[in-house]
Design a protein around this ligand. Structure first.
Ligand code: ZN
Length: 400
């Protein structure tokens, strides 16, 4: 072990190595210019550090083109480890396996009963993870962590709060239970936060430091990214945009209040409006398809949902002034049919200077946003020390 004095050349060098490794660990492939911008290091320092990290196998460098110019992109070495994402939705389970270079190696999804107990769900997740790992021929010892997404609020100890949507999971600790089953560290977050992280790292949020990811499904939630980091709040309930009050005397919401945004936008409130025209088995994806094909009733319902989401986004805009709002979930497939009414409401209700800077875009990842966010969560939380194990300190013997 090398004892270092704080502020010495070698501890400064080590700190710079960590900054570069952290930047590519969180973002995936970056050019050297992007690394310099995000770390604040000079181009020459980045160039030297990248060469050193490449020589010892921590990063890989591949040719790419950036803005029409030839450049080289730097990512963590794909061989350095494996990350696993597990996403529980209201009606599905999705698992993905990726490497530290942000490449997805295998992915699988299957329907899962909403009312399934936590134990049954986790058993199925364990089975799917082990099957995918075996199918790809990966050494399970290379797994550095698992990211787990659940559709409900998670407190700091990993316990799932009370939820009317997953009653069989309330009070359980899915993080600890899955960690015990797979014998690897598990990081847990709610589905909206993971969707935000997925779009930030892999999709429509790339390059935005401040964004909100809004997911409309059985419930309505938002994942908030502030200064490039997910903002959770001490109780893990930041982003509960679905419970903004729109109408004091509106329908009673599952939270106990009346007229929440959710009661005007969540699938289980809006699909029944179309039952007389399209039958009781209408699903959200079918409503969106019908709207795209020109069905007037479905178009009207989707436009109204957009208008209501837009007034929630306007409040968000006034409070946080994000530069981008990414709409996820099935509704994003409706494109301008839902995005235009959102923009119109934002224009009407938000402070003009905040609204002017806001882009409203559809998610790029569809139903994969959460599971890719789970991979990104592990990459973001895993720390750098194991990656720099093989890196000698700058003044260690044997180095020029
Ligand atoms: Zn509510």
């Amino acid at each position: 072990m090398v004892v270092e004095t704080p502020g010495s050349q070698s501890s400064l060098h080590r700190a710079n190595l960590e900054r570069v490794v952290r930047a590519v660990r969180r973002s995936g492939a970056l050019t050297q210019a992007e690394i310099a911008r995000s770390t604040g290091l000079s181009a020459a320092t980045v160039s030297n550090i990248v060469r050193e990290l490449k020589d010892n196998g921590t990063v890989e460098v591949t040719p790419t083109s950036s803005g029409g110019r030839r450049a080289r992109s730097v990512s963590l070495s794909g061989d350095a480890g494996i990350v696993v994402g597990v996403d529980f939705g209201h009606t599905h389970l999705r698992v993905a396996v990726g490497n530290l270079a942000h490449r997805v190696l295998a992915e699988e999804a299957e329907p899962l009963d909403v009312d399934a107990s936590a134990a049954q769900g986790l058993e199925r997740a364990e089975y799917l993870v082990k099957t995918l790992i075996a199918a790809t021929g990966i050494d399970p010892g290379k797994i550095v962590g698992v990211g787990l997404g659940v559709p409900g609020p998670i407190d700091e100890s990993g316990v799932l709060g009370s939820t009317a949507i997953l009653p069989g999971w309330a009070g359980t600790n899915p993080r600890d239970e899955l960690a015990a089953r797979l014998d690897v560290p598990v990081h847990v977050d709610n589905d909206a936060n993971l969707g935000a992280l997925g779009e930030l790292v892999w999709g429509a949020g790339r390059g935005a430091a401040d964004l909100a990811y809004i997911k409309v499904a059985s419930g309505v939630g938002a994942g908030l990214v502030i200064n490039g980091q997910i903002y959770r709040g001490p109780g893990g309930t930041a982003g509960e945009i679905g419970h903004i009050t729109l109408d004091e005397s509106g329908p009673v919401c599952r939270c106990g209040n009346r007229g929440c945004l959710e009661t005007f936008t969540a699938h289980r409130y809006v699909l029944p409006l179309l039952h007389s025209a399209h039958g009781p088995d209408l699903t959200a994806p079918r409503m969106v398809r019908l709207a795209r094909d020109g069905d007037a009733g479905c178009r009207r319902v989707i436009a109204d949902v957009g208008r209501h989401i837009g007034s929630g986004v306007a409040s968000l805009c006034n409070l946080l002034n994000p530069s981008r709002v990414v709409l996820g979930g099935d509704l994003a497939e409706a494109g301008e049919l839902v995005l235009a009414p959102i923009r119109e409401s934002v224009g009407r209700y938000a402070i003009p200077s905040a609204a002017r800077q806001l882009e409203v875009v559809p998610g790029a990842l569809g139903g994969r946003a959460e599971v890719l966010g789970a991979l990104a969560l592990v990459l973001s939380e895993m720390g750098d020390s194991s990656l720099l194990d093989g890196v000698p300190a700058a003044d260690a013997p044997g180095r020029a």
